[in-house]
Design a protein around this ligand. Structure first.
Ligand SMILES: Nc1ncnc2c1ncn2[C@@H]1O[C@H](COP(=O)(O)OP(=O)(O)O)[C@@H](O)[C@H]1O
Ligand SMILES: [Mg+2]
Length: 484
């Protein structure tokens, strides 16, 4: 029974399924329906044809009813599957386990990985599905939140209904399904952000309570974990066993994890891209100096480290440029662009230092190679942050940049690129729009990435002077995923 029903439903996505209107309520008496139908067909002249017609109509109705019953009971079965998965606990995995497992994979052992994900992902997805249905302040009812919920339900269904994985072929098909799911979830961060904006607009409030903040922390952390597991799985499948062996030998890579993650290299990459962005926005970009234990290497996911350093360096660059200009021109930061425009309109020459990189204080990135942690400090002379504002920095969508509407416009991705703003992407620097700030997601999301494998991110400020961001990363990759 379950098999037939799930087969019948295999191709119906959950959202269309939920929206499906069931034409006849199940409690209707069949005769009533038949009667209505015959009534509309009384123009038929032939009594025999009427009776035949009646007969087939009756059969049709019965068939329809059976189908409807099946739809309803399959809805019920599906719902139970979600709830049953949601009642189970997730299985956190350490970076080392992921790494060690991936080191010696053969097509056969990859089947095991698929089997694990086949079991684990529905649990992680179902926890979010249930939570998305029970959010405070009516957030669950916001259109964008419903879209996200639909996505999670669809993905749950695709995995849940995938038959037991037994062979290498099953593993490959399942991996394709996961690939599709990962892509479809690319814009979830922006979609949730949009949902929050919809709620704020509806209730006319601008401040998120701690409840919503905690929900978003759980939600995004879980998303990071799901994408880590799928991303690692896809990366292992993308190479042949021989290519995997070579990757391990030459660069220490196993999937998206490497035992030779070098903060110096990652910081150089992140600085280069942050500089491009800063240049686009201000026509100038402060220099970044990388100091400390430059030869540090450790087991980590470089794309995660990149994402965090990129966010921190962007923040430091913006603060440095804006503070420096504001101090030297004696114009408040928020009036700066207007001020410069007016100078140009009046035909005044802009001072040369304005566009000279060397006129701005350097940003220092200091790498410390501890036994427990690798700590990276991003230090700027960007004027610091008032102590009272420090706690607010971790709030989603808190930003002092103007035009935070950008979130809305990028919900579907810049020109449908399919890569997402806050996802670590293997092709670094991709998927970022050309804005240096304005989403208010850089700090809270970076903290989640840091915490995911047992690290942390803290900010210390010297108001009027500058800010130090401390990024702690566990050196021992034994720390299990920190999961909601
Ligand atoms: N290094 C820094 N110096 C001064 N202010 C900072 C710094 N880093 C972050 N901030 C403040 O924190 C806010 C939130 O940062 P973030 O979460 O990265 O969002 P966004 O950069 O999109 O505004 C920024 O708008 C800024 O006001
Ligand atoms: Mg930022």
């Amino acid at each position: 029974m379950l098999r037939t029903v799930s087969n019948a439903l295999r191709f119906s996505t959950a959202s269309s399924f939920a929206a499906q209107s069931i034409p006849v309520p199940i409690h209707h008496h069949p005769h009533h329906l038949t009667h209505t139908h015959i009534h509309t067909h009384t123009h038929s002249h032939h009594p025999a044809s009427t009776s035949l017609h009646h007969h087939t109509q009756l059969q049709l109705q019965q068939q329809q009813q059976q189908q409807q019953q099946q739809v309803l009971s399959s809805q019920h079965i599906f719902r139970n599957a979600v709830l049953s998965a949601a009642s189970k606990s997730v299985t956190p995995i350490s970076l080392r386990t992921l790494f060690e497992f991936g080191k010696n994979t053969s097509p056969k052992t990859l089947v095991l990985a698929s089997q694990f994900l086949h079991n684990e992902l529905p649990i992680r997805l179902s926890h979010r599905i249930v939570e998305l249905e029970n959010l405070p302040f009516g957030l669950s009812e916001m259109p964008s939140v419903k879209t996200v919920h639909g996505l999670y339900v669809d993905s749950f269904r695709l995995i849940h209904e995938f038959p037991k994985i037994r062979s290498i072929e099953d593993d490959l098909k399942f991996t394709d399904v996961l690939d599709g799911i990962k892509t479809r979830h690319n814009w979830v961060v922006q979609q949730m952000a949009q949902g929050i904006r919809e709620l704020k607009k509806k209730i006319g409030a601008d401040i998120l309570g701690p409840e919503l903040q905690q929900f978003l922390d759980r939600f995004y952390l879980s998303r990071i974990s799901i994408r880590m597991l799928i991303g690692q799985h896809l990366a292992l499948h993308a190479l042949t066993p021989e290519e995997r062996r070579q990757a391990m030998q030459t660069s220490g890579f196993v999937g998206i994890i490497t035992k030779d993650c070098r903060p110096t290299h990652v910081a150089e990459d992140a600085s280069r891209h942050a500089k491009q962005l800063c240049d686009t926005n201000y026509g100038v970009a402060p220099k970044v100096k990388i100091l400390g234990s430059l030869d540090t290497k450790f087991t980590y996911v470089p794309s995660h480290l990149y994402l965090m350093l990129f966010e921190l360096i962007k923040n430091s660059m913006r603060a440095t440029v804006e503070t420096q200009r504001s101090q030297r021109l004696g114009v408040p930061q928020e009036e700066m662009s207007q001020h410069l425009q007016q100078m140009l309109l009046r035909g005044e020459k802009l001072p040369e230092w304005l566009y000279d990189d060397h006129e701005y204080p350097e940003i220092n990135v200091i790498v410390a190679n501890g036994q427990e942690d690798v700590t990276i400090k991003v230090s700027d002379k960007g004027g610091g942050i008032p102590r009272s504002a420090l706690p607010v920095l971790w709030t989603y969508s808190y930003t002092t940049a103007k035009n935070n509407d950008a979130v809305t416009s990028s919900v579907n991705g810049p020109s449908g690129s399919g890569s997402s703003l806050f996802d670590p992407s293997p092709s670094r620097g991709q998927g970022n729009t050309d804005r240096i700030a304005g989403y208010g997601y850089g700090l809270p999301l970076s903290k989640l990435y840091a915490r995911y494998f047992g690290g942390d991110l803290e900010l210390k400020s010297l108001e009027s002077w500058g800010t130090d961001a401390y990024l702690y990363i566990r050196r021992l990759a034994d720390h299990e995923e920190d999961l909601p």
